[in-house]
Design a binder for this molecule. Sequence first.
Ligand SMILES: NC(=O)c1ccc[n+]([C@@H]2O[C@H](COP(=O)([O-])OP(=O)(O)OC[C@H]3O[C@@H](n4cnc5c(N)ncnc54)[C@H](OP(=O)(O)O)[C@@H]3O)[C@@H](O)[C@H]2O)c1
Length: 343
Amino acid sequence: MRVIVSVATSADGHVDDCSPARLRLSSEEDWRQVAELRARCDAILVGAETVRRDNPSLVIRDEALRAARERPDIDKVTLTRSGDLDPAARFFTEGGGRRIVFSTRPLALPAEIILLTGENAAREIVDTLASRGYRQLMIEGGPQVLNMFFDKGLVDELRLAVAPFRVGEAGAPRFDMPCGMLPVDSWMAGDTSVSRHIAHRDETLLAEAVEESRRSTPTHGAFRVGAVVVTLAGQLFKGYTHETAPHNHAEEEAIAKALAAGARLEGATMYSSMEPCSERRSKPVSCSQLIVKHRFARAVYALAEPDTFVRNRSGEVFRQGGVEVTVIGSLAPLVREINNHLI
Ligand SMILES: NC(=O)c1ccc[n+]([C@@H]2O[C@H](COP(=O)([O-])OP(=O)(O)OC[C@H]3O[C@@H](n4cnc5c(N)ncnc54)[C@H](OP(=O)(O)O)[C@@H]3O)[C@@H](O)[C@H]2O)c1
């Protein structure tokens, strides 16, 4: 199950101020984008303190977003030790999705109560939801709960929205950027500055490469491939098939961006949705040779290149060039689906 965190802060890192009223941090445009992200998730989780303080409804209201979902309503999840949750809170009363309360004690609430039994509540929650078929969980705070999931290394993606004003109250709750997240994109949503970060681990980075491959146009002459380069300094560069020129491969596109930015590639890792080529008709240098030439330490991919155009032997090139290879086959079905025009 993929875990996505969405959080909004002030320019000085606060998620709220000290007043009893809920602090509005997002612009209209940011709200709209967060609603779209919510609509791509099966469930949304907030901590019990957020339910008590903010009384959020956590529903998807937009009819178009609801209509595009398998089930129009999103399921809601919270967690508590104290059990201090009001059955009249909007968490329980609004929307048609399932409500789940993870609790360390039995409770009488209008929700399914799942007892937490171990020390690692975040892991238990993720495993329980995944075993029930949830594919994407969105966590919207507050900081206590966010830190719990980050500390256990369970967050795949973070969407951080930063408002253009400061709170300036030392006692106000805050969110600090956790270690181990790599910045991928940033943009403005109205006057809110938004950035997207992903976890620095193979599965998440390869999944990012697979998503990147969706940007390439299906043609009968090439596979749709996405690539992500991660340098030892933690810089990240992406590319996809034919992004800037008709014969360019995804790996070449990502390497070109890294070189243009002056990044050092020695020791870097190349994540490719499909095995980097070892032979190509259109150019003299293959992507695996390019990876060796720039002294990458690792190549990670999901699917071996089918024999459609050439017989790929990247394993040999990488062995001779001292590049360690990791294949993560769990993402291969997705790569096949994205390339169903050829496979
Ligand atoms: N700007 C944003 O994006 C955003 C989003 C959401 C919230 N917020 C703000 O964040 C603040 C609240 O955040 P917070 O950090 O104080 O609280 P929180 O993360 O919302 O909730 C913490 C609560 O979760 C429960 N909990 C934590 N660990 C648990 C465990 N291992 N097992 C069972 N239950 C556990 C406890 O509930 P019990 O106390 O019931 O035991 C704990 O008090 C509010 O000011 C809210 O406005 C901001």
